[in-house]
Design a protein around this ligand. Structure first.
Ligand SMILES: Cc1cc2nc3c(=O)[nH]c(=O)nc-3n(C[C@H](O)[C@H](O)[C@H](O)COP(=O)(O)OP(=O)(O)OC[C@H]3O[C@@H](n4cnc5c(N)ncnc54)[C@H](O)[C@@H]3O)c2cc1C
Ligand code: FES
Length: 285
């Protein structure tokens, strides 16, 4: 089962709290990381989140979007969101500047099961912006390296320019994270692998009975990741995925994000493959 953060009894989850954009760091074309700080010092000091949870970011005049928290849960005062311009709200966010104020509701949703998977080998398989919701897991696991078995990151992007957080990779590797990286299209400088992410499974020597897979990225990619993992006899209970659906309330009231019997906002976004398998073929409605 996946974890949820307990929210404070005094919090009204409908209210978007004003937060100042402290800095904007361009990451890759169309993607930037926004550091936010709540204007209310009390809220800023109390705010906590779990790896995998998301906030609803509110841009006045444009609306709200669900965006995962990409920072370290153990440094809650440094609240980061890594955002790709997709449409209305993310486009408006990309036009903001440090010092401006936006609204933040959250955190919402279930978390990656970092406690349950202690002692297991962990394969993190993600594509493109899908690394953002998994970066908090990497921080968590590397901080407790001795509590986990082998840790491998399989990461893919369209091109070398689209690979996120590359300046952190050497540190992650030195802390014990094995990495396999692939791109769809290389360039003259690219010496790494070319091809789709799920193909990287063939490079791994897995012990299925003690391996957990965490995956996030385009749904088609996650389906192939799941197929590769199941093919290698990893149990559907040990494969976790983060689902993406359009959201309004983020609290299980409006039904906008319903997927089968589940509300992605409240029951997810992190689910086991066992929970999601019957619904993975469904298009968003
Ligand atoms: C739990 C969760 C976590 C998420 N985490 C992140 C994250 O960490 N980072 C991130 O970047 N995203 C994340 N997303 C995705 C993000 O919420 C969506 O991309 C969101 O739709 C962006 O809002 P928007 O208003 O900018 O885009 P929207 O306006 O809602 O557009 C979304 C899509 O619709 C298309 N579209 C928009 N307008 C039109 C039109 N007129 N005609 C045709 N197509 C159109 C766009 O091309 C785009 O593909 C997450 C989503 C969920 C559910
Ligand atoms: S967004 Fe309203 S039920 Fe999930």
């Amino acid at each position: 089962m996946t974890q949820h953060a307990a929210s404070s009894a005094t919090d009204n989850p409908w209210i978007a709290h004003p937060a100042t954009i402290c800095s904007i760091r361009p990451e890759t074309p169309g993607v930037a990381t926004y550091e936010l700080a709540f204007n209310d010092p009390d809220r800023q000091s109390r705010y906590r989140f779990l790896p995998g949870q998301f906030n609803m970011l509110y841009l006045p005049g444009f609306g709200e979007s669900a965006i995962s928290i990409s920072s370290d849960p153990e440094e809650p005062s440094r609240l980061l969101h890594t955002v790709r311009v997709a449409g209305n709200v993310t486009g408006a966010l990309a036009r903001t500047h440090p010092g401006e104020t936006i609204g933040v509701r959250g955190p919402f949703g279930s978390a990656w099961p970092v406690a349950e998977i202690r002692n297991s080998d962990v394969v993190i398989a993600c594509g493109g912006i899908g690394l953002a919701p998994l970066r908090p897991v990497i921080y968590h696991l590397l901080r407790r390296r001795h509590e986990y078995g082998r840790m491998t990151l399989l990461y893919g992007a369209r091109s070398p320019q689209d690979l996120l957080f590359a300046d952190e990779w050497n540190h992650w590797r030195s802390e014990g994270l094995e990495m396999e990286v692939t791109v769809d299209r290389g360039d003259a400088d690219w010496k790494g692998q070319i091809g789709v992410l799920p193909a990287l499974f063939s490079r791994l020597d897995l012990a299925p009975e003690r391996t957990t897979v965490l995956t996030c990225g385009p749904e088609i990619m996650m389906r192939f990741v799941i197929s590769e993992a199941l093919l290698r006899n990893i149990s559907a209970r040990r494969i976790y995925l983060s689902m993406e659906r359009n959201m309004n309330c983020a609290m299980g009231f409006c039904g906008r994000c319903q997927l089968g019997p589940a509300f992605v906002c409240k029951d997810g976004p992190v689910f086991t493959c066992e929970q999601m398998q019957p619904y993975l073929h469904l298009e968003e409605f």
